[in-house]
Write a protein that binds this ligand. Structure first.
Ligand code: MN
Length: 143
């Protein structure tokens, strides 16, 4: 659905550019982070509808960022979809263990990627997580 807000965490400029292009083509609003620290800051500030998380990041990697997000009540309900290379089969289990809600393989499939993002957003809406429309302006107070 157009207008949904996505946090794209990716340190590789080419992957980031491609993912951003595909997401914007779908009408999503995209925040970009290139480090784990930046990702945590943007997630807490903007409470996006979905986070696409490169697992291989310099410094604080995507696993650690996801664990932090899932431990924090303010960000715990935001779906996190891991992005990592297809060649690393163990990553899938590690990503799910860290709290990721799903998994997209790289290299990014320009046809499959937008559809996958759409599915994750739709399933998050069905679950009715706390990060829906207008949530960013609401006080999550009672936690
Ligand atoms: Mn990377």
């Amino acid at each position: 659905m157009a207008g949904e807000r996505i946090l794209l965490v990716e340190d590789n400029p080419q992957n980031r550019r491609l993912a951003q292009f595909l997401l914007k083509s779908q009408g999503y609003m995209v925040y970009e982070a290139t480090t784990g620290e930046e990702a945590l800051g943007l997630a807490r500030t903007h409470l996006p509808d979905l986070i696409l998380m490169d697992l291989q990041l310099p410094g604080v990697d995507g696993y650690a960022v996801t664990r932090h997000l899932k431990e924090d009540a303010a960000t715990a309900t935001i779906p996190v979809v891991a992005m990592t290379a297809y060649a690393m089969p163990g990553d899938r289990d590690k990503a799910l263990a860290a709290g990721c809600d799903g998994y997209i393989t790289k290299p990014i499939d320009t046809r499959g990627f937008p559809a996958a993002v759409q599915r994750y957003l739709a399933s998050a809406r069905e679950k009715g997580g706390g990060s829906g429309y207008g949530a960013s302006g609401a006080d999550p107070g009672c936690g």
